[in-house]
Structure formats: structure tokens, C-alpha cells
Ligand binder design. Structure first.
Ligand code: SF4
Length: 195
């Protein structure tokens, strides 16, 4: 059976597959342009996202918008989601069993979107999506190719909020994403699969 975006959202909204279903306020399904070739993946919704049920609102979201804008991008051109669709209490790191329980939703999102480029935001996403031993400080901005999709990682906006010196690094990484996107697709084709 082929699920639609609506089907996945309905499953996420009613999901009780891990203990986070008991502590979340609102599940946070990915959002954005379903025709995009560019997918951003972070680790989990924060407190503000938990309140609103929308990814990357709040201060991290504002910083992400600034980063994108500085590279000539905006959210209408991309799809953004998290590995976990529910907020871990106290913003703690996602646990292995939570990531595994939630991963099928990300697989479906990726299957439907078929991105040509995936940008992981932060170490946790990069280690789950690109490589378990990914070192964000050393390997941010590097490229891996898988199933017709180019994957890279940069700092999570919340890490930039804690250390402003990372902003310029992340800005350069995103500018390389824009170049890679032009190189691969001209920003139009959708053929990749990614994960
Ligand atoms: S985090 Fe994922 S697996 Fe856990 S309850 Fe939320 S939607 Fe379900």
C-alpha cells in the first residue's frame, strides 16, 4: 500500500509507538514543499514546537530562517522534518529505541519526497542518517552520495544559538548546499531517494 502525506500525518498524530507519546503536547510532523528536491532533517522537536505542533518555530526556527535567507533560500523551497516527531522532555537527546520506533515515518517522508539533497542539522541527525561515527565539528559540509541523493550535515540552529561563532560555518555550509543543488538539478528534478 502506498501511503500519502495525509496518511503519514494521521499516523504521526495518533502514534503511541514510544513513551514520548505520553509526555508530548503535540506531535510534530515535517512541513514544507512536497515537490522540493531539498530535505532538512534535525533530531527532534523542541519545547516551542511541542506547543505548536510545527517544526522549527521559536528561536531555532528564526535562526534557521536567517541562515537560509543569507544563502538565498527560504522555507517554501524545502521540506523540513525531525527524526523524532515528539519532543523529548527537557530537550534531552533522543534514545535509541525512540529513534528506531520513529524512523519508519522518516522513511515514508523520504520515499514520498525523493530528495536529491539531504542536509542533516546537528550531530544526532548526521549520525543516524549519514554515518554512526560522524563528527560534526570535523565533517560538517562534507558530502556523501547514496541512491542518487547527496547528503551533508551542518550545525543545528540550537548549537549556533549557544555558540555564535558557528553561524558563519553553517552559513558557508548552506551556501555550498545551494551550489550543489544547482550542480545536481538546477533545483527542479526529483529523482533521489536518500535513506
Ligand atoms: S516519537 Fe515517533 S514513535 Fe514516538 S510516539 Fe512520537 S511519533 Fe510515535
Amino acid at each position: 500500500m502506498q501511503y500519502t502525506w495525509k496518511d503519514i500525518e494521521q499516523h504521526v498524530n495518533g502514534c503511541t509507538c514510544c513513551p514520548l507519546s505520553r509526555t508530548r503536547k503535540k506531535p510534530v510532523m515535517g512541513r514544507g514543499n512536497h515537490q522540493s528536491d531539498l530535505m532538512l532533517i534535525a533530531e527532534a522537536p523542541g519545547g516551542e514546537e511541542d506547543q505548536q505542533g510545527i517544526p522549527f518555530v521559536g528561536s531555532s526556527g528564526k535562526l534557521l530562517d536567517r541562515l537560509l535567507q543569507d544563502c538565498g533560500l527560504d522555507r517554501t523551497e524545502l521540506y523540513i522534518t525531525n527524526i523524532l516527531k515528539c519532543h523529548p522532555p527537557g530537550n534531552r537527546e533522543p534514545q535509541e529505541e525512540e529513534k528506531e520506533a520513529c524512523f519508519p515515518y522518516l522513511k515514508y517522508e523520504t520515499f514520498l519526497l525523493k530528495p536529491r539533497i539531504i542536509v542533516c542539522l546537528g550531530r544526532v541527525a548526521a549520525q543516524r542518517i549519514i554515518s554512526p561515527d560522524f563528527k560534526i565539528t570535523r565533517q560538517h559540509g562534507t558530502w556523501t552520495y547514496r541512491k542518487n541523493c547527496a547528503l551533508t550535515a551542518t550545525y543545528h540552529p540550537s548549537a549556533i544559538l549557544r555558540d555564535a561563532s558557528k553561524y558563519e560555518i553553517a552559513r558557508k555550509d548552506f551556501c555550498e548546499v545551494v551550489k550543489k543543488r544547482k550542480e545536481l538539478t538546477g533545483g527542479r528534478e526529483r529523482e533521489g531517494l536518500g535513506i
